[in-house]
Design a protein around this ligand. Structure first.
Ligand code: G3H
Ligand code: ZN
Length: 295
């Protein structure tokens, strides 16, 4: 049961979702793992190219192993938004459990070719070393924004949304385990309230085999009712970054301002750690309550 694929299938059956939380520091990882441990769920930790360059891929893997030992829960590392096959291979070699190969900015055929190459590389690694299967996530559609509080309005265009027929073809030809979709979501906290196209999620879910998990990125700032509706429509995994970053940095700034003479970082970042952990706890509560609207 501690294989990511089984966990994603299980939550889908129960009309729930798993959280995927980003980290760039050891204490971010601890905040996520502690929250997941308390909630009794597996921890899925995402690291973008920038985040893993900051911590180091080997260091991230070593920390994951240490957290698995300490907390005795499944802890998965996902190489989030990996924009090249080369970087994906680097994360596979380092021992990441999951790769998000994001070639969504490329033309459809190039996206398929690169994603397929990563899937094949992961399968080969699994066969050679008899490791647990490495879960591969592809992305189709165009997701705007980045993980920050947006200062300008970002327009989401319908033509950027994932097309259900293309999604079916993409999954069939690449063999991905997870699919990230664009359905009105924007990375970061946007000025306007996001407006997810729930019908589109339902249509993609119907077009793609149930064995492939649908992933909703950019969940920071999305109202709770839309998250619940997205889960009911077929989302099994939800990515959150900005809400965590904001909570952490805000608490850190307050600690710095209120303790100007303190020089011990581990004391200053304790409230930041607690604030981040609290966000993860609240998100897990939201994602794990079974969605009532049937898909
Ligand atoms: O891959 C990471 C997530 O999509 C984060 O998005 O910063 O909007 O929460 P977010
Ligand atoms: Zn994302």
């Amino acid at each position: 049961m501690d294989i990511l694929r089984d966990i994603l299938l299980q939550v889908r059956r129960e009309r729930r979702a798993t959280g995927h939380f980003n980290a760039s520091e050891a204490d971010h990882m601890r905040a996520i793992v502690e929250a997941c441990h308390e909630a009794g769920t597996a921890a899925i930790i995402g690291m973008s190219e920038g985040e893993r360059e900051h911590l180091g891929v080997m260091e991230a893997v070593a920390l994951r192993d240490a957290f698995r030992k300490e907390f005795n829960i499944p802890v998965f590392l996902n190489a989030d938004h990996t924009r090249s096959v080369e970087k994906a291979k680097q994360a596979i070699d380092a021992g990441f459990d999951a790769i998000h190969i994001d070639l969504s900015a490329l033309p459809f055929e190039e996206n398929i070719a690169g994603t397929k190459e990563v899937v094949e590389c992961a399968r080969l690694q699994t066969t050679n070393y008899k490791l647990q299967p490495i879960s591969i996530e592809g992305e189709l559609g165009y997701l705007r924004g980045e993980s920050k509080v947006q200062q300008e309005k970002i327009e989401v265009k319908k033509e950027d949304y994932t097309n259900p027929d293309q999604a079916a073809e993409f999954v069939r030809r690449t063999g991905v385990d997870r699919l990230a979709i664009a359905v009105g979501n924007i990375h970061g906290i946007s000025l306007d309230e996001p407006d997810l196209d729930i019908e589109r999620i339902r249509a993609i879910r119907a077009a793609v085999p149930e064995s492939v998990a649908l992933v909703l990125h950019a969940a920071s700032g999305i109202p709770h009712d839309q998250i619940k509706a997205a889960i009911a429509a077929g989302i099994a995994n939800i990515h959150v970054n900005t809400d965590l970053r904001v909570a952490y940095v805000h608490a850190l700034k307050e600690a710095l301002a209120s303790h100007p003479d303190e020089a011990a970082m581990y004391k200053l970042d304790a409230p930041a750690f607690a604030a981040m952990k609290d966000v993860v706890v609240r998100k897990l509560r939201l994602f794990s309550t079974p969605a009532t609207i049937e898909s």
